[in-house]
Design a protein. Structure first.
Length: 845
């Protein structure tokens, strides 16, 4: 089809499409207009009927006419249905109307289901003035339905209010439709017009308007065709002729250009194309001369690269190789060009290589590893990066890299993943895998076995005294010594640090005891290091298979537990895993699991133990956390605090204690009898060593509104073992806002007086271990006296905890201690009990 015909056809289609859309939109617009007119007509009828109803309703009531069956028809509400029925004699459109209700007084005024739905809608939307719908009635005809609400107004209450207040004429005739209030929905005015009538109006109006549109679109089509013929078609024919000349090789062909429209731009583009072709023709000629130079450079690059390179046809026959590939294979270039690339692969790798090259031909990634067979028969691991081009029947090109050194490096890395870098022994992962392999045989053959954990006692002292290099040498010597005691199937491993692990295959308990004795005997012999004899001791934990665990991991856990018990028993101790240990471990695990959930379940509570002055007055309290377990009842802090310390739960628990205590401190501020109390809160070393501990305390004080001058943080001497400078800095920061500090359990640790004098303390606390036997043990009395004297010298307050008898109190008082805490005054008690105790202070003389 010619372009001219296509243009005319295209214009016709576009005009027809636009015309169709326009006519369709026009029809919809006429529909909307007629619908709007119908709605407006309905509102006019509504206004007329409502005005008539209002006027004649009042007129009838004011006339005094007695309401009887003969006069009831004068009521507008009663007459409305008759007026609607008579309307058809005067108006042939089919319009009908009526005022209807869900509580009609006349049968003709009863609302049908649609009108009942309308009433429900108006009750849900009381502000809506009206409602329009298109409905289909039982006779199968469609209607335009208009509904407007009839709300009870004050004058309506004459007949529809309380029945006792209605006119006698109304009461005597009507039994129903009373009890309305102003604003209630009495009913609706329902107006319906047959849709056929509206559709006829729409069609008539649309046809009248469409005639003019059709004429206009016809003229538009002719005008568009003429313009396109003049402005486009003729000029394109000129371009077509020029393109044919260019195709025949006339690169000097050009067309005249005038104007700035699209055809002009196309003409300019044609001229640029012709110029470009002429320039490209010249460039191609020049490129051909350079191609030979480029090929020479390409061969030079291939010759200089350290990676091998080859070209092969689609069947794998080598077409070209570089010098690096010749050196890699050991064959000459002539020999290689007589070979297929598959010939250079290991026998068991040929199928794999062929499959990989087939994937490359299909367009997949061509990077894979394989083995190359050298001329001397040795195998070389290589990485091949291949591509395939469908030129001249298909050509493979590939770079080949020798990855021998890389594989050696990877092997060393894998060695580090499974073996200890210092001793060369299996690490924990490798130890478990090897032990499980032996256990599989033991399980089938019903053999026993043992796992031993060896922990060097105080090995850190070796590193501190002789240096880490010396410590490493000792570990290597010990590994050699232990290895000499083992059988062929036994396994020695080192998980790290100062620990070793032993797996003994096919041994019973008696044999295990014998080996343990040999181990202890071997360690008893000093090790010579740089001319110095160094004696070591071991703590051993032993677990037996199968009674202590079904696999290596379970046996290791049991042996580690036994080692823990051995270390608690003292240096050079041995413990076999027992049922008691298993039970304690199980209980600890259960306790730890419950502990994780206890905070979320709000099972922790604070108890308060009074701190009393020598006058008997309560001056403060220590907040002590208690765990009210859901099934076990009250759990001792001595049982759960160490677990919380070990698994890190002490941090959220300590934060909860601090927040709860500060909230209570803020509440006491509003109670005159309690506002002067100081509240002591224990802070764990882990909690205090948090980088943001100071910020957390400040945030809690701000959140709760507690007075920082009434808060006392109790620290332990273990804080002085680590970063003392950080501890001092944090204490000074909190002291600036008024927080006080007490050193708890003073005298039980190893705190240096040089550090102690730098701490911004307010109080020293005499540990209960010195108070308990102060009357019988002269050493305890001397220690207590020293603490009191030291506190006085440093201008610190001193308080004694664990005071359980009057005699203890008196003895401490005689030493100069004036503040006490203990059962003699009050046990740790719930909040309400403490507040009652504090507000009725005792005086124990």
């Amino acid at each position: 089809m010619k372009l001219q015909s296509k243009i005319w056809l295209g214009c016709s289609v576009v005009v027809a499409l636009v015309m169709s859309i326009d006519l369709a939109v026009g029809y919809r617009n006429v529909q909307s207009e007629v619908q709007a007119h119908a709605s407006e007509d309905a509102r006019t009828v509504q206004a007329l009927l409502m005005a008539t109803r209002s006027v004649y309703h009042q007129q009838f009531l004011d006339s005094g006419i007695e309401l009887t069956e003969r006069t009831i028809g004068f009521l507008p509400a009663h007459a409305m249905s008759r007026i609607s029925a008579d309307l058809s004699n005067w108006l042939k459109t089919g319009l009908r109307f009526n005022n209807v209700s869900d509580r009609p007084r006349n049968a003709d005024s009863a609302a049908d289901p649609l009108e009942l739905a309308d009433m429900a809608w108006f009750r849900a939307n009381p502000k809506a003035p009206d409602l329009t719908l298109n409905v289909k009635e039982a006779d199968g005809k469609n209607y335009f339905h208009f509904a407007a609400p009839i709300w009870i107004e004050p004058y309506c209450l004459q007949c529809h209010g309380e029945r006792s207040a209605a006119p006698a004429a109304i009461r005597n005739v009507y039994e129903d439709a009373y009890g309305y209030k102003v604003g209630d929905l009495r009913g609706i005015l329902s107006i319906r017009v047959p849709t056929d009538e509206l559709r006829a109006r729409v069609t008539e109006t649309w046809l009248e308007r469409s005639v003019g549109r059709l004429v206009g679109y016809g003229i538009l089509l002719l005008l568009m065709g003429w313009l396109l013929q003049r402005l486009v078609t003729r000029r394109l024919l000129v371009l077509e002729a020029a393109a044919q000349r260019l195709q025949r090789g006339d690169l000097a062909t050009r067309v005249d250009v005038s104007g700035r429209d699209e055809v002009s731009e196309l003409s300019r583009g044609f001229n640029h194309l012709a110029e470009g072709l002429a320039e490209r023709d010249a460039a191609v000629r020049e490129s051909l001369s350079r191609l030979s130079e480029s090929e020479a450079k390409y061969r030079s690059v291939l010759a200089s690269t350290q990676d091998g390179f080859w070209l092969a046809d689609a069947q794998g026959r080598l077409l070209e190789v570089n010098d690096a590939y010749v050196a890699m294979t050991g064959y000459s270039r002539q020999e290689l060009l007589q070979m297929n690339m598959v010939d250079l692969k290991a026998q068991d790798a040929k199928e794999q290589v062929q499959a990989q090259l087939q994937r490359v031909m299909e367009g997949h990634t061509g990077l894979f590893e394989t083995q190359h067979r050298r001329k001397d028969g040795n195998m070389v691991p290589v990485e091949i990066s291949a591509t395939f081009n469908w030129v001249e029947g298909g050509v493979f090109s590939a770079f080949v890299r020798d990855i021998s050194k890389r594989q050696e490096t990877e092997s060393r890395i894998r060695q580090l993943d499974y073996f200890d870098g210092l001793t060369g022994l299996p690490n924990r992962t490798s130890f478990v895998e090897r032990a499980n392999t032996v256990l599989q045989h033991a399980r089938k053959a019903s053999l026993s076995a043992a796992v031993i954990c060896l922990d060097l006692d105080h090995f850190g002292h070796i590193n501190d005294s002789f240096g880490h290099q010396a410590g490493d040498q000792m570990l290597v010597l010990l590994a050699e010594r232990f290895q000499g005691l083992l059988g062929a199937d036994d396994i020695l491993g080192r998980p790290g640090g100062d620990e070793f692990q032993l797996f003994l295959a096919n041994v019973d308990t008696e044999q295990t005891h014998a080996l343990v004795a040999r181990l202890m005997q071997s360690i008893a012999s000093p090790l010579r290091l740089d001319g110095t004899d160094i004696a070591m001791t071991l703590s051993l934990g032993v677990a037996m298979y199968p009674q202590d665990g079904a696999d290596a991991e379970a046996l290791l856990r049991a042996a580690e537990t036994a080692t823990h018990w051995a270390k608690k028993a003292g240096l050079s101790s041995v413990r076999f895993f027992t049922a008691e240990m298993r039970q304690l471990v199980s209980q600890k695990m259960a306790l730890e699991t419950d502990l994780h959930e206890a905070l979320a379940r709000a099972e922790f509570v604070l108890f308060y133990q009074a701190q009393v002055a020598d006058s008997g007055a309560v001056v403060g309290a220590e907040a002590l956390v208690r765990w009210q377990h859901s099934t076990r009842g009250l759990v001792s802090p001595a049982e759960f605090i160490p677990v919380a310390e070990a698994n890190g739960l002490i941090l959220p628990l300590g934060q909860w204690v601090l927040e709860t205590a500060c909230r209570q401190l803020a509440k006491w501020h509003d109670v005159p009898a309690l506002e002067g109390l100081t509240l002591a809160v224990n802070v764990s070393a882990k909690q205090f060593q948090l980088p943001d501990f100071v910020e957390k305390v400040m945030a809690v004080l701000k959140l709760t509104g507690a007075n920082p001058q009434r808060l006392k943080l109790e620290l332990t001497e273990s804080l002085l073992v680590n970063d003392v400078e950080d501890t001092i800095e944090k204490m000074h920061t909190l002291k600036k806002v008024g927080v006080k500090f007490s050193l708890d359990d003073f005298g039980t640790g190893y705190s240096s007086l040089s550090y102690l004098k730098r701490l911004p303390l307010d109080q020293l606390k005499i540990d209960q271990s010195f108070v308990r036997d102060i009357l019988q043990d002269e050493d305890d009395e001397a220690i207590a006296r020293t603490i009191v004297v030291l506190a006085a010298a440093m201008s610190l307050e001193v308080i004694a905890e664990g005071v359980e008898t009057e005699a203890q109190r008196d003895s401490l008082l005689a030493l100069g201690c004036h503040h006490f805490q203990g059962y003699w005054f009050s046990r740790p008690v719930p909040l309400a009990d403490f507040e009652a105790f504090a507000q009725a202070p005792i005086n124990k003389e």
